[in-house]
Design a protein around this ligand. Structure first.
Ligand code: PMV
Length: 323
């Protein structure tokens, strides 16, 4: 286990915390079935402000503990039996876009509540955030929540990097490792089509369990493993080729979408490689721009109807905001 990343210290309420969204470079979906994944934390965050309240509310909504599964699951796992809370959340991460808005909310709020309960080390916060997200979603891997907790580039089940922690579910165990940021600029573009992660995960699970599924999973595994190694040594052309191959696999398991394909096509003259990122079936694409063509790429994606933005990996994961 890592002693590299400091834990979340104990504080008294009111507490403010924040956590970053994420962008998956390789391995989404297959990671749910134990294959490797590469993810980085992005410079869009969710910030939460938590204070004692008369009744538990989220952004002044007292129905939220009943209606918002992520809020309810966080309260159940990190604040059970404790006094009411007034929570405000402000997010710059588009929702249901494949950019980790739910993981950032869960990791930020879990960090704040764990701080108010005596503090927590980072491996335990990663495990807790995963259990909370899984409690709300019913399915999934710890890739998003561990990245929101760790910051930077993170490999799940792969890579030669330093082990940060492992995360367990009743039927899987995922190893989380640090990958060195190659220092590249990435461009993400949102299709504007929200979708359900849980539905997409279940559909891909069914496809991978059908004839030919194990062979597909093996190919997902190879692409993500080689992709993690290529990012680690800063090999752009191999990364680009593997982005394209990963997209073919995602298309084959049924989570691409005509709007995603239109963005991938529009990006081609200015991107070395482009694929969907996150659960797919809508959501976003991630592209590795050709050096010097970042602005052209953004323009092309916008003209094709996407909402593009340049994303910079950020090294910092969930943390308290000192007020
Ligand atoms: O679209 P998002 O941000 O919910 O990402 C989901 C990534 C999956 O691999 C599809 C699911 C998971 O939990 O790993």
């Amino acid at each position: 286990m890592s002693d590299e990343l400091p834990g979340i210290p104990a504080r008294a309420l009111p507490i403010s915390a924040r956590a970053p969204g994420k962008c998956i470079v390789f391995g989404e979906h297959a990671v749910v079935h134990g294959a490797p994944e590469l993810v980085f934390a992005i410079d869009l965050t969710t910030q939460v402000f938590v204070s004692a309240g008369e009744a538990t509310r989220l952004n002044a909504d007292s129905e939220a503990p009943r209606r918002n599964a992520y809020f309810r699951s966080t309260l159940d796992l990190a604040w059970s039996g404790k006094p009411p809370l007034e929570v405000r959340a402000i997010s710059r991460i588009p929702k249901s876009a494949g950019l980790g808005s739910s993981a950032a909310f869960v990791a930020g709020l879990a960090a704040a509540l764990s701080s108010a309960s005596g503090g927590i080390d980072r491996p335990a916060l990663a495990q807790r955030s995963f259990e909370i997200e899984r409690g709300a979603q019913g399915v999934g891997s710890p890739g998003d929540t561990s990245t929101a907790v760790a910051g930077g580039f993170v490999a799940v089940n792969g890579g030669p990097g330093e082990p940060l922690w492992s995360v367990r579910s009743p039927d899987h165990r995922w190893e989380i490792r640090r990958v060195t940021d190659p220092g590249w600029v990435w461009v993400v573009a949102y299709t504007g089509i929200p979708r359900s992660t849980a539905d997409a995960v279940r559909a891909v699970g069914a496809r991978l369990a059908a004839p030919g599924g194990p062979e597909l999973l093996e190919e997902f595994r190879r692409v993500a493993k080689d992709g993690i190694d290529a990012v680690g040594r800063g090999d752009r052309s191999t990364v680009a080729e593997l982005l394209r191959r990963n997209q073919e696999l995602l298309r084959e398991v049924g989570v691409s979408h005509p709007r995603l394909e239109a963005l991938i096509e529009a990006a081609r003259p200015a991107a070395e490689g482009t694929k969907l990122t996150g659960a797919g079936a809508g959501g976003s694409v991630v592209a590795l721009p050709m050096p010097g063509k970042e602005t052209e790429l953004v323009r092309r994606l916008a003209r094709a109807g996407g909402l593009p933005f340049v994303v910079r990996p950020v090294p910092t994961g969930a943390s308290l905001v000192e007020t």
